[in-house]
Design a protein around this ligand. Structure first.
Ligand code: ZN
Ligand code: ZN
Length: 417
């Protein structure tokens, strides 16, 4: 029997409580930066398993360290937060929770991104590895991160002294449930998730009466020109070989049909897969906005504010190959290749700050029957629920088993005796 098979032979013994933990997390989701109960449950389990536990890192972050002799240090990361979404899955463990968000509004809360699966998988993997210390050697770091959805949870843990709390890992792993056949595991070397930047731009005009435009500088027309001109950034300035997205998601100006306002606010979002293209696009936005303001005779320069920044997730080639080989051997035809995703993640902030190579893989979580029927009918985008949708929830099994197995198999590729 391989070391992986031997460690995972106990999966049947933990499955009952692991599924209970998952259903409990799913029914009791917590918003970004509010993961207090989730963190408490996780810290309790890790302590039971014999990990050296540090809680309250960057707010609600938890790290468990299990030192098991000489060998490499492997970091496994799960994100813990849920979203302000009203769940419509109809599951008997569906969330009915509400919470007060950062702006003070009462909102529904659901694990619409599947982070509960990540948490339950990592708790399970931690137990299996902690109960098989004769099979491996080295140090295991189980890291539970808050606030992935707001893009600042990983950074918060770093600012709270994470680097001094843990031994520097030789490799770091994270995984995400994604639409696709449950039970499958998919890897990709290189840029796998995009970098994301949001920008708030304020442009200025001179307000006045709608009947006397000659006495004003109209920021509505100015903003409209900017929105149109920004459509040329990706099509004319980014390399055609590389995916890039620039979306203006919000454009606000004025209060009334016959008043020309004195300013307009544009909010946009940029997704890129290389630092060069990211810089090219952000520079082009500043250049175009500034020039359009000049063209309109704007009375003062535009203001730019960057927010909600997500780093590029750029999987290390060597680490990814080693994980892919281990997955191919263990999962056989359930292991495949992950298409590049336009979504973003802040996980890479941690390994990047620690100069640790990392890889991030996807776990399919859709009911296989539903998935195959949707593919056959050419209705994947209509029929397969996607992350952040109210009807998104992984099928419990084999998704949870697969998430647990993937973490154990990847960790043992470094740690097995
Ligand atoms: Zn999400
Ligand atoms: Zn997510």
């Amino acid at each position: 029997m391989t070391v992986e098979a031997s460690v995972l032979s106990r999966l049947a013994e933990i499955r009952a409580w692991q599924e209970d933990l998952y259903r409990d997390l799913h029914a009791h989701p917590e918003l970004s930066h509010q993961e207090h109960e989730t963190a408490r449950k996780v810290a309790e389990r890790l302590a039971e398993f014999g990990f050296d536990v540090h809680a309250g890192i960057g707010g609600t972050g938890v790290v468990g360290i299990l030192n098991n002799g000489d060998g490499p240090t492997v970091l496994l990361r799960a994100d813990m937060d849920a979203l302000p979404v009203k769940e419509s899955t109809g599951l008997d463990y569906a969330s009915t929770a509400t919470a007060t968000d950062a702006a003070g509004n009462e909102v529904p809360v659901a694990h619409a991104c599947g982070h509960d699966t990540h948490v339950a998988s990592l708790v399970g993997a931690a137990e299996l590895l902690a109960n098989a210390t004769d099979q491996w050697s080295g140090t295991l770091v189980a890291l539970f991160q808050p606030a992935e959805e707001t893009g600042d949870g990983a950074q918060g843990m770093l600012e709270s002294g994470l680097a001094e709390l843990i031994p520097t890992p030789d490799v770091a792993f994270a995984q995400h449930v994604l639409p696709g056949i449950a039970g499958t595991v998919n890897t990709l070397a290189g840029p796998v998730l995009s970098a994301a930047d949001s920008m708030r731009i304020t442009v200025f005009g001179r307000g006045g009466h709608g009947s006397m435009p000659q006495a004003t500088i109209d920021p509505v027309v100015l903003a409209a020109m900017i929105v149109v001109r920004l459509q040329t950034v990706v099509s004319r300035e980014a390399p055609p070989s590389e995916t890039a997205v620039l979306t203006v998601g919000s454009l606000q100006a004025g209060t009334k049909s016959n008043i020309i306002p004195d300013r307009a606010v544009i909010q946009l979002n940029v997704r890129t897969y290389s630092d060069t293209t990211r810089t090219t696009i952000l520079d082009a936005i500043r250049r175009i906005v500034t020039a359009e303001c000049d063209a309109s005779g704007s009375p003062q320069p535009p203001e730019f504010e960057l927010f909600d920044r997500f780093p590029l997730t750029d999987n290390d080639a060597e680490a990814t190959q080693k994980v892919t080989d281990a997955f191919d051997a263990f999962f056989v035809d359930r292991a495949g290749s992950l298409p590049q995703q336009t979504a973003s993640e802040d996980f890479s902030d941690i390994p990047t700050a620690l100069a640790t190579p990392y890889t991030y893989w996807g776990i399919g979580c859709t009911d296989p029957g539903l998935c195959r029927a949707a593919v056959e009918a050419g209705r994947v985008s209509q029929d397969v629920p996607v992350n952040h949708a109210p009807n998104f929830a992984p099928v419990l099994q084999p998704t949870l088993d697969t998430g647990t197995e993937a973490l154990v198999v990847a960790a043992l590729a470094w740690l097995a005796r």
